[in-house]
Design a protein around this ligand. Structure first.
Ligand code: PMP
Length: 425
């Protein structure tokens, strides 16, 4: 925690001198409670230790990459073994072919794979493939949905020029009429429709996809000869061992993957169907580190665990246990507490909490009890968690709800989130 004499505080001060803003992107704690640690020293299983050596049960899972536990022995052994043989070489190893075979064997819509490093690489590549395939420009995507931090999709406007954002139209997730209107506006220039597996925007309740909306997106793409893209970077393999929309019977043409596909080792992927193969082969995309072998070895081991273990059933049961236990404790304490989205990717918001002062206080009280939760972003369950961990989180929550109840009338507005009360949500 960021106490006055803490190592975290000292690192923040040093960072302020040599890292712009002290930290950037999703790793900045600028929009989190003041006592939220900025720096960590290690992770093991379901736990992380901050720079001051405090241990937390971690419901952020590195914002998704941690699916099987930090420092998972089998995955990291595969990674280290390959490091000893060579990582970034003059060309790829056989692992690249094996990983593409593994992914196309698991994800039903996929006939091919291309690898890159971050989710943004994959989503940007999906856009380029769609434009190459259709020879058209316009992307239709959901308002408020995050697809990465490139100029075409970053949520912050600084440094972005109008032409970076050209040829994009927006719809409301799950709202068929607004999707149809955006597609109609695109006319004969529709290159693709982007969709998240479910609505997982920050600051607001999450929502499962309406199957009718997903089916309509498919139909509209087919009618226009455009491509349907499902962005699995965040939710991939926490809802299904296949593409998430296979659960509702809709197959995209392209899907984008990252975060947990190698349990935290640096690799992401664009998967596609045969329809888009020629376009994918025609574009020039690359990166010095995109062919690195060690993350591919880790990816193969991660995919093996996805196929061969009951991790998905376990994290679902753990998520359900957490949800039921929190609902009980919140209502016993008299709070309206909304838990939305799939239980493996939960988000918590309090009723009557426009600037999130209750959410901030609850997150701080959880931190003080050794549990890292997020006040406005979805969280993640991992397979290293146990029922005992969930029960520990529930005990912490009971204490946190009671502490919140004592303080709730005196809570100060959260100045750093004032933009939310100003109607930005
Ligand atoms: N798409 C989604 C749905 C994401 O959640 C993210 C990252 N949070 C990205 C794309 C971008 O991934 P990355 O940060 O690895 O570039």
């Amino acid at each position: 925690m960021a106490g006055a004499n803490s190592r975290d505080r000292e690192l923040r001060e040093r960072a302020a001198a040599v890292i712009p803003g002290g930290m950037y992107g999703h790793q900045s704690v600028a929009l989190l409670p003041d006592d939220c640690p900025q720096f960590f020293e290690r992770g093991e299983g379901a736990h992380i230790w901050d720079a001051d050596g405090r241990r937390y049960l971690d419901f952020m899972c590195a914002y998704g990459p941690n699916l099987f536990g930090y420092a998972q022995p089998e995955i990291d052994a595969a990674y280290v073994r390959q490091l000893g043989l060579g990582d970034t070489l003059t060309g790829p190893t056989a692992l690249m072919v094996e990983l593409a075979e593994a992914l196309t064997g698991m994800v039903s819509h996929a006939d091919w794979a291309m690898f890159c490093k971050n989710g943004t690489d994959a989503t940007s590549m999906a856009l380029v493939v769609s434009r190459a395939h259709t020879k058209r420009k316009t992307v239709v995507r959901a308002k408020g949905a995050y697809h990465g931090a490139a100029a075409w999709c970053t949520p912050r406007p600084a440094g972005v020029i109008d032409s970076d954002r050209a040829h994009q139209l927006f719809y409301d997730y799950n709202d068929i009429a607004s999707l149809e209107a955006a597609v109609a506006q695109a006319g004969d220039d529709l290159a693709c429709i982007f969709a998240a597996p479910f609505k997982h925007d920050a600051f607001i309740d999450q929502a499962e996809p309406d199957p009718a909306y997903a089916r309509r997106a498919r139909e509209l793409c087919d009618a226009a000869g455009a491509l349907l893209v499902v962005d699995e970077v965040r939710a991939g393999f926490r809802l299904s061992r296949d593409c998430s929309w296979s659960r509702i019977g809709v197959q995209p043409d392209l899907s984008t993957w990252g975060k947990c596909v190698a349990n935290g080792h640096a690799i992401s992927a664009l998967l596609g169907s045969d329809k888009a193969r020629a376009a994918a082969a025609s574009i020039y995309v690359t990166g010095s580190f995109w062919y690195a072998a060690a993350p591919m070895a880790a990816g193969l081991e991660t995919l093996r665990l996805i196929r061969e273990t009951d991790y998905l059933e376990r994290i679902t049961a753990l998520g359900d246990r957490l949800r039921a236990g929190l609902a009980e404790r919140a209502s016993a304490a008299g709070f309206g507490f909304r838990q939305t989205g799939p239980s493996t990717l939960p988000l918590f918001l309090f009723d009557d909490d426009p600037d999130l002062r209750k959410g901030f206080c609850f997150a701080s009280e959880m931190l003080a009890r050794g549990v890292y939760v997020h006040p406005w972003h979805n969280m993640f369950l991992c397979a290293a968690m146990t029922e005992a961990d969930i029960d520990q989180a529930l005990d912490a929550a009971e204490g946190a709800f009671a502490a919140l109840k004592r303080q709730v009338r005196e809570l100060a507005p959260v100045e750093k989130l004032a933009f939310l009360s100003a109607g930005a949500r």
